[in-house]
Design a protein around this ligand. Structure first.
Ligand code: ATP
Ligand code: MG
Length: 139
């Protein structure tokens, strides 16, 4: 185990539904430290760049429309094993499959409007952190 940083986004559905405080509370209860935070309104282009890995998927257009539909809260979280740990705290992509007590089980509306994003590995975490926080120190 080692101290890692990961990128999370509280997505537009959860900001719109006023779940920001509850979700941040779950991050803190999970032992994460908040290193950086920014309320962003993504352009369609910025959302497309963020999810470029999914550009061939049938849901890409709808996903990037959704992600640019309203304010979202991008944050860098730090902690032991933070990348995998955050994905546990978030739960499965589809809230119908998510374990009890996870953020997506509690707050996601469906597989697309699923409340939160979390980086899925060290390389994507580094890319995603720099995508939103270009000046941050990564050491
Ligand atoms: P994220 O990358 O947002 O943390 P994830 O890693 O659990 O989520 P991915 O497979 O990377 O899931 O998909 C990225 C996002 O695309 C999902 O979080 C969700 O918003 C959307 N998405 C994924 N699969 C579908 C689908 N089958 N239909 C609609 N939207 C989807
Ligand atoms: Mg993903």
């Amino acid at each position: 185990m080692s101290v890692e940083r990961t990128l999370t986004i509280i997505k537009p559905d959860a900001v719109q539904a006023s779940h920001v405080g509850d979700i941040v509370k779950m991050f803190e209860a999970g032992g994460f430290k908040i290193i950086a935070a920014r309320l962003v309104r993504l352009t369609k282009r910025k959302a497309e760049g963020f999810y470029a890995v999914h550009r061939a998927r049938p849901f890409f257009e709808s996903l990037t429309e959704f992600m640019s539909s309203g304010p979202a809260l991008a944050m860098v979280l730090e902690g032991e094993n933070a990348i995998a740990h955050l994905r546990e705290v978030m739960g499965s992509t589809d809230p119908a499959q998510a374990a009890a007590g996870t953020i997506r089980k509690l707050y996601a509306q469906n597989i697309e409007r699923n409340a939160v994003h979390g980086s899925d590995g060290p390389e994507t975490a580094a890319f995603e952190i720099s995508y939103f926080f270009p000046g941050i120190e990564l050491t």
